[in-house]
Write a protein that binds this ligand. Structure first.
Ligand SMILES: NC(=O)c1ccc[n+]([C@@H]2O[C@H](COP(=O)([O-])OP(=O)(O)OC[C@H]3O[C@@H](n4cnc5c(N)ncnc54)[C@H](O)[C@@H]3O)[C@@H](O)[C@H]2O)c1
Ligand SMILES: O=C(O)CCC(=O)CC(=O)O
Length: 354
């Protein structure tokens, strides 16, 4: 096989990886040239945020603990005001995609550098993509100002991530890599990262289910999340991400669970149009059937939800979801066909194995 032509953009970002790597926080803040860090978290992770602020000592400007999913504009404004009032010259985001997303909303406005400390596998820390919700509509955009300058991946911080959330968050990460493998602007470097990322999560999730505090499995999962997040940040996403964005944004479905349920069906939809991508997914997951089945089995066998009806989606809303998904055209290996997408949504709602 000859190597195809491609464009690859490399972006400067520093990653510090390993159990206990949070101990290097002060050094990393110093390397950013920052003096006063505003620490961000959700209310649930306030204690972790306070620990981070304690480690920063005089370099902590304060803790803002009101991050919530999908970054409501009101929260973003409040956090921006707090950052200005406290004279922060850097934001430290400890948590999942919601907290990193809040840091991005501050950076978008002020250019403040972000140091991200991810504790889920969503992968936002590796992307220049931001999302802000205003008047019930989530808008996303891309700006390199919001890409965290430094990321500290410390698997010890995710030891307490509940098993259910670990599995769905891990499959959210797999979705980034899977769609990266058939992206219009894919490239061989991202393909390598995608396959390696899927394989790491495919190994890690069952191990986490068996032993939630297994340090090696947590480390493997975070490594996979890093690789998959990098793919999301570098190449364009397709039908699957569009569907999840619609289902999350318009029907208020939970983010990682929605990804987990929809991915097998989106892969089945694209299977014939993207055979090489499917082969790589099957290989990474050591599956015996199709890529769609391998992802479905990973979810089902590890206790994750497999049906949209089980996470609050109404059957009566499937037509509207289909309309939304067809509204804007976007690249996808298989053309967007109304009847087939409606069938995909029905299958995902019922939770049938593709
Ligand atoms: N911009 C991007 O590139 C990108 C990528 C992926 C996801 N996202 C966004 O991120 C959001 C979802 O992020 P998420 O799935 O990470 O969920 P989340 O950040 O909302 O976290 C879910 C819950 O888990 C808690 N939590 C996180 N880590 C924990 C830990 N180690 N132990 C115990 N509890 C923990 C959080 O405090 C929160 O209560 C969505 O809004 C999504 O759109 C953005
Ligand atoms: O930051 C966002 O809200 C958009 C990117 C995103 O959520 C990626 C995903 O669907 O996992």
């Amino acid at each position: 096989m000859t190597t195809p032509s491609f464009v690859y953009n490399s972006v400067p970002q520093r990653v510090v990886f390993g159990a206990g790597s949070l101990q290097h926080l002060a050094r990393e803040i110093d390397a950013l040239g920052a003096r006063r860090a505003l620490v961000l978290s959700t209310p649930e992770q306030r204690l972790q945020a306070e620990r981070v602020a304690d480690m920063l000592g005089a370099h902590a400007a304060g803790v803002f603990d009101r991050a919530v999913m999908h970054v409501p504009i009101e929260t973003a404004r409040e956090a921006r005001e707090v950052a200005t009032r406290l004279g922060a010259d850097c934001a430290v985001a400890i948590g999942g995609g919601s907290t990193t997303g809040l840091g991005k909303a501050i950076a978008l406005d002020s250019g403040l550098p972000i140091l991200a400390i991810p504790t889920t596998y969503a992968g936002s820390e590796m992307t220049p993509i931001y999302g802000i919700t205003e008047a019930g509509m989530k808008k996303t955009g891309k700006d390199f100002k919001v890409l965290p300058r430094t990321v500290i991946y410390d698997p010890e911080l995710s030891l307490g991530l509940p098993v259910g959330m670990s599995v769905t968050s891990g499959i959210n990460a797999i979705a980034h890599a899977a769609e990266g493998l058939y992206a219009v602007d894919s490239n061989p470097i991202m393909d390598l990262m995608a396959q390696e990322g899927i394989a790491a999560l495919g190994r890690a999730l069952p191990a986490i289910r068996a032993t939630p505090k297994d340090p090696d499995a947590r480390s493997d999962a975070l490594y996979g999340a890093w690789l998959c997040g990098t793919v999301l940040g570098n190449v364009g996403m397709a039908l699957h991400h569009k569907l999840c964005h619609t289902l999350g944004g318009s029907f208020n479905l939970p983010h990682a669970e929605t990804h987990t349920i929809v991915l097998p069906h989106a892969l089945a939809y694209n299977a014939e149009a993207a055979p090489r991508a499917m082969e790589r997914i099957v290989k990474a997951l050591e599956g015996s059937g199709s890529a769609a089945q391998a992802v479905y089995d990973l979810a089902r066998d590890n206790g994750a939800p497999v049906a949209l009806r089980d996470i609050g989606m109404k059957e009566a809303d499937l037509d509207l979801a289909c309309e939304h998904a067809l509204k804007n055209q976007y690249p996808n290996p298989r053309p967007l066909e109304r009847a087939a997408i409606r069938a995909l949504l029905q299958n995902a709602w019922e939770g049938v194995r593709p």
